[in-house]
Design a protein around this ligand. Structure first.
Ligand code: SF4
Ligand code: SF4
Length: 450
């Protein structure tokens, strides 16, 4: 499988027989040896001032509480350490703060997997998420478009795999726009994504099932390899952090895994040559700290769009909006969102530009309350290419709670897509499906063993 193994930096010696449990155990041994318990990562963490119990504890004890929990299988976790891990939004502020060159975000992500293994806060999450995604896709798309996103492809040689991940499929217009951009650039690519090609984070980090999570990751990496791509281009930052940071080097691969925006920046001159339509808008770009290069790259892409003016950039904590990112530290998010909303309402802003799927939905909800328009950066690039963006098929459902009406409206497409749910069943499930409640342990009707 390996075409150029040297392209993947190795922290650990990659061993194709190593289970993810063993890989994580080895990672913890390394962390234990390297971490001096200095507490600098906690001092740098922006969540801390917003959580009273965390603020009151000393940073060294917070870190020591995580490490002690990992060595003693029977020890309860220190309250402040638990809160630190639980409210980690993936912002990466701790990474440059560590004098020992440990990646504390990775340490906390691995600790969260262990906490999930011992406490099982969101059982059956993968199953619930899979059901919710299939239903949402089937409510919005004709079968051919559902198949484009969810049907496993026959392997063929491509230059690029466009990897959508799972949850972005809830907001399919952004993904189809991204594909239109790849088409305009004449990229030889194939699409992979959906629960059948999960990166493994749901099983590993949220369910705490490292054995199964490791197998899911391995299978997906293997599937990528069958297409012999030079690059796998991620859409989802959760997949990006999981595959290239949390379980990096778990399996040797023959391709680079990058965010799609990195590739688009490399092809910026080709894109600029193809831009033929002015997009006369003044926009505010909404970005996140967690994977900061994506925000910088999108800003550069937008600055290349004819007619478009980026009047301001607003950066929020976490690596993405939503329950796996910024929403994990609610007080911090609330503080920054109030600042963001003020800037979104500026009279010289025609629209707010979103980066990711979760940000798009989150900002659209705020936009409908506070009266501002939200567009994805993909939509602006497609417009500049002289094409019509894919319709936002989620938008008609946004902000509504007349669940029976929505269930009736969705019935024809659901039937076309072979989803057998009656109106009552669907109306009962929709509030949780739209709230992504599976991350909080909800959507129990999709959990077979509960
Ligand atoms: S990634 Fe951000 S939120 Fe998480 S521990 Fe590091 S600084 Fe804190
Ligand atoms: S900053 Fe680094 S060395 Fe210090 S406690 Fe955090 S992870 Fe350990």
């Amino acid at each position: 499988m390996a075409r150029d193994a040297a392209r993947i930096p190795m922290e650990n010696q990659t061993d194709s027989r190593l289970s993810l449990d063993a890989y994580v155990a080895r990672s913890w041994e390394n962390l234990f040896d390297a971490c001096t318990r200095c507490g600098k990562c906690v001092e740098a963490c922006p969540v801390v001032p917003f959580v009273a119990e965390l603020k009151q504890d000393d940073p060294q004890s917070v870190v020591a509480g995580v490490l002690d929990y990992m060595v003693d299988q029977n020890a309860p976790i220190r309250q402040s350490s638990s809160l630190w891990a639980k409210q980690c939004n993936g912002c990466e502020a701790c990474i440059p703060a560590c004098p020992a060159s440990i990646n504390p975000r990775r340490m906390v992500n691995l600790a969260n997997a262990e906490i999930a293994r011992r406490t099982s806060p969101t059982p059956h999450l993968f199953h619930k998420m899979s059901r919710a995604i299939r239903i949402l896709a089937a409510m919005q798309l004709v079968p051919a478009d559902v198949a484009r996103l969810l049907r496993p492809r026959k392997a063929r040689d491509v230059d690029v795999v466009f990897y959508t991940g799972c949850n972005a499929i809830r907001t399919p217009s952004l993904l189809f726009n991204a594909m239109s951009i790849l088409d305009a650039l004449d990229v030889n690519y194939e699409v992979m994504g959906g629960p059948a090609s999960c990166c493994g984070i749901v099983k590993s980090k949220w369910e705490g099932d490292l054995s199964r999570g490791g197998r899911v990751t391995e299978q997906t990496l293997h599937r990528f390899g069958e297409f012999k791509p030079e690059r796998v281009l991620n859409w989802c930052p959760s997949c990006q952090i999981h595959l290239t940071e949390t379980v990096r080097d778990y399996r040797e691969v023959s391709f680079d895994i990058d965010h799609i925006t990195k590739y688009l920046i490399e092809r910026k001159d080709d894109l600029r040559m193809r831009f033929n339509t002015a997009v006369n808008l003044r926009v505010l770009l909404h970005t996140h700290h967690g994977v900061p290069q994506v925000g910088r790259d999108v800003l550069e892409l937008l600055q290349a769009v004819p007619g478009l003016t980026v009047v301001d950039v607003v950066e929020e904590p976490g690596y993405m909006c939503g329950s796996s990112g910024a929403d994990r530290s609610p007080a911090l998010k609330q503080h920054h969102r109030a600042i963001t909303l003020d800037r979104c309402k500026r009279p010289d802003v025609d629209a707010v530009v979103s980066l990711y799927h979760a940000c798009h939905r989150n900002l659209c909800a705020d936009g409908s309350t506070h009266g501002f328009k939200v567009v994805s950066f993909t939509e602006l690039l497609v417009r500049a290419l002289g094409q019509e963006p894919f319709a936002d098929t989620m938008e008609p459902f946004q902000g509504r709670n007349d669940w029976h009406t929505i269930a009736r409206e969705a019935a024809p497409l659901l039937e076309e897509n072979g989803i057998d749910m009656d109106e009552e069943q669907l109306a009962a499930a929709l509030p949780e499906i739209f709230a992504m409640a599976e991350y909080k342990g909800g959507l129990c009707q999709f959990a077979p063993d509960e």
